[in-house]
Design a protein around this ligand. Structure first.
Ligand code: TYD
Length: 133
C-alpha cells in the first residue's frame, strides 16, 4: 500500500516560518472543512473509522503522532507525523487510527467536504464487507 506524503513549502526568514496550503495546488482537493485536535493523551488513540467518500490531509503542526492506515488488505503502522510541513494524504475507504500523541501535539486535518456522520464506517467488519462487494 502506497503512503502518500505531501511536502509543504516553508516560507522562512529571520522572523520565523510560514506555511500556506492552497486547495488543488498544494493538496489534491478543494478544502471545504478544517479541524484540529489537541490536548490529546498518548494512551488515548483516535480514529478507528473509514470515510466512504471523504478525502483528507493530516498535518501535525506541533508535536508528533503516529498513524496506522489500512486499505482492508494491507496495514501500514507507525507512520510518523512530526513536522508542520509534512502532510499525510488519506483517501476515501482507508481505515485510520491515530496514536502516540505527544503532549503538545496539534493535529490539523483538511477535508474536502463538510462533516457528515453518514459518511463514516466505524465498524471494522463492516468496512471489510463493504470493500469486498
Ligand atoms: P471523531 O470523528 O470521533 O474524532 P476522531 O476521528 O479524531 O476519532 O469526532 C469526535 C467528535 O467530534 C464526534 O462527536 C463528532 C464531532 N465532529 C464534528 O462535529 N465535526 C467534525 O468535523 C469532526 C471531524 C468531528
Amino acid at each position: 500500500m502506497k503512503i502518500r506524503f505531501i511536502e509543504l513549502d516553508i516560507n522562512g526568514d529571520e522572523r520565523g516560518n510560514l506555511i500556506a496550503i492552497e486547495g488543488l495546488k498544494d493538496i489534491p482537493f478543494e478544502i471545504k472543512r478544517i479541524y484540529y485536535i489537541f490536548n490529546l493523551k498518548r494512551n488515548a488513540p483516535r480514529g478507528f473509522h473509514v470515510h466512504k467518500k471523504l478525502q483528507q490531509v493530516a498535518i501535525c503542526i506541533k508535536g508528533s503522532c503516529k498513524f496506522l492506515l489500512d486499505n482492508g488488505k494491507e496495514k501500514v503502522r507507525d507512520i510518523i507525523l512530526d513536522r508542520p510541513n509534512k502532510g499525510l494524504f488519506i483517501d476515501k475507504m482507508i481505515w485510520r487510527e491515530m496514536y502516540d500523541f505527544s503532549e503538545d501535539c496539534i493535529l490539523l486535518v483538511l477535508a474536502n467536504d463538510y462533516y457528515d456522520e453518514n459518511d463514516y464506517i466505524r465498524d471494522y467488519g463492516e468496512f471489510l464487507k463493504t470493500i469486498k462487494v
